[in-house]
Design a protein around this ligand. Sequence first.
Ligand code: NAP
Length: 291
Amino acid sequence: MDPRQAACVKIAVWEKAESVLEKRCKGEVGMLFDMGLLAKQQRILITGASRGIGRASALALASRGHSLILIARAQPALEQVAAQIRATGGEARACSLDLTNPASIGATIAEILADGPIDVLVNNAGTCYQCEFRNQSEARLREEIELNYFGALHLIRALLPSFIERRAGAIVNVSSLLGTAAAPTTANFSGSKAALEAFSRGLRGELARFGIRVTVFVAPHTQTESGLRTDFRGVKSLPVEYVAAALVRAIDRTPACYAASPVYRVLLRLAAWFPHWMERQMASSVQHLLR
Ligand SMILES: NC(=O)c1ccc[n+]([C@@H]2O[C@H](COP(=O)([O-])OP(=O)(O)OC[C@H]3O[C@@H](n4cnc5c(N)ncnc54)[C@H](OP(=O)(O)O)[C@@H]3O)[C@@H](O)[C@H]2O)c1
């Protein structure tokens, strides 16, 4: 079988597996009643809420009656999401903030806390530039690390005193399969998510005694602006609403780690059991980009 035929077979198998597993999980996807954290109204701060997974998740959370603080840089886009939430009777506040600029984070969080405590922090904002490391500019390398890793840490640091004082709170850090199974052409992005996941595991142990939960949410390849910028042959890109529904479930249950789709749950297992095999699969999915 030539490589193109092999890629087509892989996509067909992937799509079949996703659709069979999606059907089996339909009850879960369409779950109307939240049984965990989201059973009570929560004030939730979500980053990257102006578009993509963050926006869809904010809308899904608001439709369940939760109060949202929306963070990203583009104030007009955030205002649109907030207006959409308010138009349906929900509560939302738009706060423009560049998470790669730590100097402005403390003051913004102090303003938000002046209106009341935050119950859940969702560190979703992230970026990915797909190219070989040797061709990646210093600015883009730094942006991935500053946003995907330090952006989350700065927000956690700013909110921790209030979480600890109330002995409550949940932190959900959005990662990727690439945080476990690194791929060529996204080496630095993989590094940023691997760091975020390792940090989350360490932090979980520090915060458990205060009743604060730390969850890693493994997002799948998703049909968003940054998802569509990346190209992995044989990988199916999932609809943003599907991924948002999974993120809502992760917030409700706050397990240590929650993978958005059943196929990704299997892939995480395979990556843990057969890391070298997985490394080869990841490499073959981007072989066409290596010149
Ligand atoms: N899409 C995928 O295939 C995929 C796969 C695995 C993991 N993920 C992860 O899922 C999360 C969401 O991804 P997505 O695909 O929804 O991304 P997206 O559509 O590109 O949206 C990114 C969001 O982050 C915000 N953002 C970017 N730079 C920022 C900064 N410096 N400060 C504050 N906010 C900033 C953007 O708003 P502004 O530009 O207005 O700031 C936007 O709201 C990310 O952590 C990503 O790594 C995505």
